[in-house]
Design a protein around this ligand. Structure first.
Ligand SMILES: Cc1cc2nc3c(=O)[nH]c(=O)nc-3n(C[C@H](O)[C@H](O)[C@H](O)COP(=O)(O)OP(=O)(O)OC[C@H]3O[C@@H](n4cnc5c(N)ncnc54)[C@H](O)[C@@H]3O)c2cc1C
Length: 324
């Protein structure tokens, strides 16, 4: 029987397992659940409990007859078709699929927002005594986390953003909401200023073992894939989500795209030949501390409590679609 190895329990693999894959299927991932990033700022702000933002990957595997191995791949030898785990165990495969996301380059002493599990544990330990928090990152994650922390705590929150990431109209809305939440915006790199907690949301870096695997990678070390999400050098390896770069049309690393990869990956792992075409416009929904959000699509933006309710419905529906 074909041996299929799924590495990483991210968005796309949760979908793949729910839909079913033929063969002897093994998933290697460090945690028995997948935390949905779109709802993490809502968790930090106190709107959601941890259980509400998690997909139970272990239960999905049990239902689908997929063997779950809790651990991390440390080495992938794409020529020999073997993965070695941090535990030293080796798993041989005929087909592999990678959905391992990206990592950050947080300096010592900072708390990276990813992986989410250690972040959530540390957040619960420290959040009550915080007086000053630095949030580092120029993108949506930094903005949302800064407002969520300001909403939940009495701490002074400073957001460090060293480059403009939003177009003019949207940036104005975001700046107004940061101000309303009492977040101080510093248009500068974080240079070690003192804070009780430094939350790091900046940067999406490839896991180092991808570059060492023998798979063709882009200049940042992400796996280069064709429009069927197959490695351009080793077609028996597929990759989706943040760890993959579409050779014909690279697009931003974000959950919106990772979610869209999922049905294409699932179909191609079943042996179909489905092609992925990135959407030209992606809807961005940014939560703003309280139950209030900003929507951005195709150069237009809106905001209000109704946008938060809309986002809440979309996010809950996504997570609930994985419950039995
Ligand atoms: C705070 C925050 C908020 C965000 N909010 C949004 C948002 O609102 N909308 C949006 O579109 N994007 C958002 N993003 C970006 C989004 O999180 C990512 O783009 C998305 O999670 C990518 O999905 P993925 O499936 O590629 O990877 P991930 O969701 O990161 O999943 C990767 C999986 O691989 C596992 N893994 C990692 N290393 C290994 C290994 N060596 N071996 C085995 N398994 C491994 C991980 O544990 C995880 O289960 C946010 C990011 C952050 C940090």
């Amino acid at each position: 029987m074909r041996r299929v190895l799924l590495v990483g329990g991210g968005h796309a693999h949760a979908w793949v397992i729910r839909e079913g894959v033929a063969g002897e299927v093994t998933l290697v991932t460090p945690y028995p659940h997948h935390t949905y990033s779109g709802m993490l700022p809502g968790y930090v702000a106190g709107h959601y409990a941890a259980a509400e933002i998690r997909i139970d990957v272990a239960a999905l595997c049990a239902r689908a007859g997929v063997e779950l191995v809790l651990g991390r791949v440390a080495v992938l030898d794409a020529d020999k078709r073997i993965a070695r785990l941090e535990s030293g165990a080796e798993i041989a495969y005929d087909t592999a699929s990678l959905d391992v996301g990206a990592t950050s380059n947080a300096p010592d002493g900072a708390l990276p927002a990813k992986p989410f599990e250690p972040f959530m544990a540390r957040w619960e330990e420290v959040r009550e005594g915080l007086r000053c928090v630095a949030v580092v990152g120029s993108g949506a994650a930094g903005v949302e986390m800064a407002m969520a922390i300001a909403h939940r705590t009495r701490a002074r929150v400073v957001l460090y953003s060293d480059r403009p990431m939003f177009r003019a109209g949207l940036a104005t809305r975001i700046a107004r909401q940061l101000g309303r939440n009492g977040v101080e915006l510093r248009n500068a790199a974080y240079a070690g200023e003192s804070a009780d907690l430094v939350v790091w949301t900046a940067g999406a870096h490839a896991l180092p073992w991808l570059r060492a695997s023998g798979l063709a990678v882009d200049e940042r070390g992400f796996v280069l894939v064709d429009d069927r999400l197959r490695s351009v050098s080793h077609p028996e390896v597929l990759a989706a989500g943040d760890c993959a770069t579409l050779r014909s049309a690279p697009h931003p690393k974000s959950g919106v795209y990772a979610v869209r990869h999922a049905p294409v990956l699932a179909a191609n792992l079943r042996g179909e030949a489905r092609r992925y075409a990135p959407q030209r416009r992606a809807l961005a929904l940014l939560s703003c501390g309280a139950r209030y959000a900003i929507a951005d699509w195709g150069g237009l933006s809106w905001e209000g409590a109704w946008v938060w309710r809309w986002k809440d419905r979309i996010d809950r529906r996504w997570v609930e679609s994985f419950r039995p």
